[in-house]
Write a protein that binds this ligand. Structure first.
Ligand SMILES: NC(=O)c1ccc[n+]([C@@H]2O[C@H](COP(=O)([O-])OP(=O)(O)OC[C@H]3O[C@@H](n4cnc5c(N)ncnc54)[C@H](O)[C@@H]3O)[C@@H](O)[C@H]2O)c1
Length: 257
């Protein structure tokens, strides 16, 4: 029996990076996963890689998380395929750089829309499915950038801080309503996925670029997707049955400074 045997998860942004890794790790522990993404080809490739090893455990769905109709369709298709949904992982997100002087309003709005508004829209639509499949777990991927600021990360800092607090409000509502639905946030530091490529390039690219980022982290190395995946696996499993409204910092100590 795996740690999440029989569970049914929808993972947004599942085509690559963290989302694809979460899918692989959950399936290896007995879950079925829908990898949804605006990039359908990528999601299909990630699902095929999983199904190669664990036949019929992953599906891929085209899903722009800013689009309410696409949320409705992705939730329904996932529930139809697996017989319900008991894990929602709000992972899709974008980064970006800009200060209070250089950021454009368009980029500010786009970041809030993809990183924050989508979690409101999607989690609200997912509630009936989660209520039908208790115990259930909502896992929101925030960032250390929601806890510590950078002058060049105005939109991203704001968005990820909002995800952190939205998580707690959702968790309290569920607890006080008597639902066995937990909601927690995960806050990774720089993790080796395509989202940090621009930062690595800015630092000189390759190992040199990674080392420059790693120097900011007490643990002195970037995180690998699996380092974050183990926290997600725990939150998805019933091992975390008493844990709600919590934040999990997978940050090599950076926020302790
Ligand atoms: N990698 C890091 O260093 C790091 C650190 C902290 C937090 N995070 C967060 O982790 C999450 C996953 O990021 P990642 O590192 O895997 O990055 P990534 O760029 O590799 O993956 C993000 C995925 O989200 C998808 N996506 C983007 N816009 C979308 C939309 N509108 N609808 C649906 N899908 C969309 C992309 O197609 C991509 O597959 C993000 O929320 C990110 O902010 C990442």
């Amino acid at each position: 029996m795996g740690r999440v045997a029989g569970k049914k998860a929808l993972i947004t942004g599942g085509a690559q990076g963290l989302g694809a890794c979460f899918g692989k790790m959950l399936v290896a522990e007995g879950a079925k996963v829908a990898l949804t993404d605006i990039n359908l080809n990528g999601a299909e490739a990630a699902a095929a890689a999983i199904n190669n090893e664990y036949p019929d455990c992953a599906i891929a769905l085209k899903h722009d998380v800013t689009d309410k109709a696409e949320w409705e369709s992705a939730l329904k298709q996932t529930a139809d395929a697996f017989g319900g949904i008991d894990i929602l992982i709000n992972n899709a997100g974008i980064g970006g750089a800009g200060s209070i002087e250089s950021e454009t309003y368009e980029n500010w709005r786009r970041t809030q829309e993809i990183d924050v508004d989508s979690i409101f829209i999607g989690t609200q639509l997912a509630m009936p499915y989660l209520k039908e499949n208790q115990p259930a777990s909502i896992i929101n991927i925030s960032s250390v950038a929601g806890m510590i600021a950078d002058g060049m990360m105005l939109s991203y800092n704001t968005a990820k801080a909002a995800v952190w607090m939205m998580t707690k409000s959702i968790a309290l509502h569920c607890a006080r309503s008597g639902y066995d639905i937990r909601c927690n946030s995960v806050h990774p530091v720089f993790t080796r996925t395509p989202i940090i490529d621009p930062l690595v390039q800015m630092g000189g690219g390759g190992k040199e670029g990674e080392d420059r980022l790693a120097r900011q982290i007490p643990w002195k190395r970037l995180a690998d997707p699996e380092d974050v995946g183990y926290a997600v696996l725990y939150l998805a499993s019933d091992e975390s049955r008493y844990v709600t409204a919590a934040e999990f910092k997978i940050d090599g100590g950076i926020t302790a400074q």
